[in-house]
Design a binder for this molecule. Structure first.
Ligand code: ATP
Ligand code: MG
Length: 364
């Protein structure tokens, strides 16, 4: 997968810029607050349908302007695509790929695959469980779009169930036949989601352990700890577990069990990283995880995603940097940094300087 040309207009701190990317390493350098991350955000938008850093789309429109427009030309092993995205201040967003309107933004994931890696990804290890679930949901949806459908349906039904539980708690009503209706729906999607999560964690764990051993010789392991534990994951077993805790959930006035409470734990040897590992060890684990995601996408889709590395190199030590350079040199990468000091990195790289929303390609 390659991104070829990005045209931005009134996006963030850009007015009108056109950037033609190189096939391999692209280095985007510049001082702080010049527009480096904004460029990665624009590409990310085309693969996920939403920004990686804001939920409010209109934030991305250049201050004082009424609308923004982005165009991305990209290609996979079979064909070329031209995607167009327009957004106006009233929140209206339209996306077309090769002139065909895309009605569900989640559909974008099946066209363009990118993996973004930025310093905030450390939160996958250090942060709250929902950060890990979010990583999981996004990574699985990117490979299996059907997963997202089940997830949306699950959360819709869960919201209905929670409304009912709240009402039951306050009215003192101890039975309502709708509760088992919601539980059944939840069990249907929940069991599919759990199976996807189990399978994905097994697969990514294989890649991540291998990569992590290559980087530092340590044993990294991911462990899925689902909230609903079943020997065999299916609708019936999931439903029975929910049924068994019905009274407690009514008393609580909201759900206590389900995929919204799943956890993924990261271990080095038998020690949980979150609690015991140093900052550098945690960063290395995230690096292994992200590179594993890249390898897994290639394994299942027979094509590497585009890597977007936002200010990552400066956080890694020399050995880890060297490892990463070795791993990415045969893939398309767009990476941002504030300085280019490594001479070796310039080899075969396409280099851009960003200055106050202006991008200049340097000849090396
Ligand atoms: N809607 C907007 N309109 C105009 N400018 C904006 C808008 N949103 C953000 N900006 C500005 O864009 C600038 C560049 O942001 P960006 O995050 O791309 O910087 P960066 O080059 O990645 O910097 P750093 O090295 O600090 O990460 C910031 O100064 C930010 O205030
Ligand atoms: Mg930045």
């Amino acid at each position: 997968m390659k991104v070829n040309k990005l045209t931005v207009s009134n996006f963030r701190n850009y007015e009108n810029e056109v950037i033609s990317f190189g096939e391999n390493t692209n280095i985007v350098f510049g001082n702080n607050a010049q527009g480096k991350t904004n460029l990665l955000e624009a590409i990310f938008l085309f693969s996920h349908g939403r920004s990686h850093r804001t939920k409010l789309d209109t934030e991305m429109i250049n201050f004082g302007k009424e609308s923004m427009k982005l165009c991305l030309e990209f290609s996979d092993k079979d064909r070329d695509y031209r995607a167009l995205m327009q957004l106006s201040k009233n929140g209206k967003k339209s996306v077309k790929i090769n002139n065909v309107p895309i009605t569900k933004l989640s559909m974008l994931m099946s066209y363009l695959n990118v993996v973004m890696f930025s310093p905030e990804d450390l939160q996958i290890i250090k942060g709250a469980p929902q950060v890990r679930r979010h990583f999981l949901d996004e990574a699985i949806s990117q490979i299996y779009p059907i997963y997202l459908k089940h997830l949306i349906s699950y959360h819709k039904n869960l919201a209905q169930k929670n409304n009912l539980l709240k009402k039951m708690k306050f009215s003192g009503n101890l039975s309502d036949e709708m509760l088992s209706v919601w539980n059944e729906q939840i069990a249907e999607d929940g069991s599919v989601i759990m199976n996807f999560r189990t399978d994905f964690i097994n697969k990514i764990n294989n890649f991540a352990s291998k990569i992590h051993r290559e980087i530092c010789g340590e044993n990294l392991n991911l462990l899925y700890t689902p909230s609903v534990e079943c020997d065999i994951i299916n609708k019936e077993n999931f439903y029975n577990k929910l049924n068994a805790v019905e009274n407690r959930e009514i008393e609580n006035g909201s759900s206590l069990y389900g995929i919204q409470r799943d956890e993924i734990k990261f271990f080095i040897g038998d020690k949980e990283i979150k609690t015991y590992a140093s900052q550098g060890q945690q960063r290395t684990a995230v690096l292994s995880l992200k590179m594993a995601q890249v390898e897994l996408i290639n394994d299942l889709k027979e094509e590497y995603p585009v890597l977007l590395l936002d200010d990552i190199m400066s956080e890694l030590d020399v050995n880890r940097r060297r490892y990463l350079w070795g791993k990415i040199k045969d893939k398309q990468v767009i990476l941002t940094c504030t300085d280019i000091d490594d001479e070796e990195t310039k080899e075969n790289a396409t280099i851009f300087n960003v200055n106050s929303g202006t991008v200049k390609r340097l000849e090396v």
